[in-house]
Design a protein around this ligand. Structure first.
Ligand SMILES: Nc1nc2c(ncn2[C@@H]2O[C@H](COP(=O)(O)OP(=O)(O)O)[C@@H](O)[C@H]2O)c(=O)[nH]1
Ligand SMILES: [Mg+2]
Length: 360
């Protein structure tokens, strides 16, 4: 069985690449299992992978590094129950130091009877371009420290969303990245395209030399400060729209959250939505740069009730984030004549990371 570990910053495209690879392998007659991971407990990504019928387990309430034994237990359970040909494990986007705390323990502690096949770090090509051109980043310095450390420890770095750069920007970025990170294998990719996924999959299935073995030097106080500056909000609501107006209401809801976050100028890791109505499920995402969601990505919904799960990771105080999202929801409901009910709400800041193992 292959075991692929996928890391990289919030919204960099990990889930998109994993679902693309999983669908591709499924079409080849393979079985694929998935492990999701987050600081919170109600994960859009888990709901999404399960809606696509992939066996999915999760490590919640902290990163893989700090929950290594749970990760190992979930992997064993997934392997025993699904008998997969491959497992993809997606680490939480604010996690760094994965080589020392996950990769090396897997390689050296020999606690599982299957080896690690690959470790890929994803980065949003537009954010990396800003960083390498010394342009202002949309986060504070300690959060950018996490972004930097993730890239520094990569063996295989995917500059994802390369389709959002012009050809000359993409070329310039490739040159800058190779100069800044000598020795890394750097791969420009569009994870929404089959060709992008096919070449990534081929690479990670064949080339184990890309697994990094060198831990980075990392200042845990800065890393912890970066994590603590990010607010986490997980909110489940039920929306009931006037007859025939469910889709319009959901579009208004997402638009209101996007507009309010833009206006607040708060740095956004990402805001993700899982929408589940009768017979239809969809995952939608507002990434760091708050690109608009294409309305064509929002399916037609029948009925007038939808369960909406929101995962928001934003650099601010968590009660400010809660109030901001609450105000957006209320306005969208008022504008569309819909009603909503809060089913579950959690908002917090991740605690200090204490990895289970750390092998230098
Ligand atoms: N244009 C473009 N968008 C992408 C690409 N990969 C991911 N996205 C979008 O980026 C957003 C965040 O992706 P997701 O996979 O959820 O990121 P994650 O948080 O790293 O798992 C989603 O809206 C995706 O559709 C890509 O290669 N090109
Ligand atoms: Mg994800």
């Amino acid at each position: 069985m292959d075991f692929h570990l996928v890391g990289g910053f919030l919204g960099s495209g990990k889930t998109t690449a994993i679902i693309g690879a999983a669908r591709r392998m499924l079409a080849q007659g393979k079985t694929v299992g998935i492990v999701t991971n987050d600081q919170g407990r109600r994960l859009v990504d888990t709901a999404f992978f399960r809606s696509q019928h992939f066996p999915t387990v999760e490590v919640t309430g902290g990163c893989f590094c700090c929950n290594y034994d749970d990760l190992a237990a979930q992997l064993r359970q997934l392997r025993a129950s699904a008998l997969p040909d491959a497992i993809f494990a997606e680490s939480v986007g604010s996690c760094a130091d994965i080589v020392a705390t996950v990769v090396k323990p897997f390689l050296e502690l020999n606690r599982l009877d299957f080896p690690l096949t690959s470790y890929t770090v994803f980065t949003d090509a537009r954010l990396l371009r800003r960083r390498l051109r010394n342009q202002p980043m949309p986060f504070g310095d300690d959060v950018v420290y996490i972004f930097d450390k993730q890239i520094e420890e990569a063996g295989l770095l995917v500059m994802n969303k390369s389709d959002l750069l012009t050809a000359s920007e993409a070329n310039e970025l490739r040159v800058m990245a190779q100069v800044t990170y000598p020795g890394k294998v750097i791969h420009a990719q569009n994870s929404r395209a089959d060709t992008g996924i096919a070449s990534w999959l081929e690479r990670i299935q064949k080339d184990r030399s890309l697994i990094p073995h060198r831990a980075v030097n990392i200042d845990y106080d800065r890393y912890a400060a970066g994590e603590a500056e990010l607010a986490w909000l997980d909110e489940a609501i039920t929306v009931t729209a006037p007859e025939g107006r469910l889709r319009t209401t959901l579009i208004a809801l997402i638009d209101a959250i996007r507009a309010d976050l833009r206006q607040s100028a708060l740095p956004v890791g990402h805001v993700k939505f899982h929408l589940a109505a009768v017979g239809v499920e969809a995952k939608l995402s507002l990434p760091t740069l708050l690109d608009a969601i294409a309305e064509s990505d929002i399916p037609d919904f029948t009925g007038n009730t939808c369960n909406v799960l929101i995962n928001a990771r934003v650099q601010t105080a968590s009660d400010i984030l809660r109030d901001c999202i609450k105000a957006s929801i209320e306005r969208a409901m008022l504008d569309t004549g819909a009603r909503f009910e809060v089913v579950d709400l959690a908002h917090f800041h991740p605690g200090y990371p204490h990895p289970t193992h750390r092998i230098k």
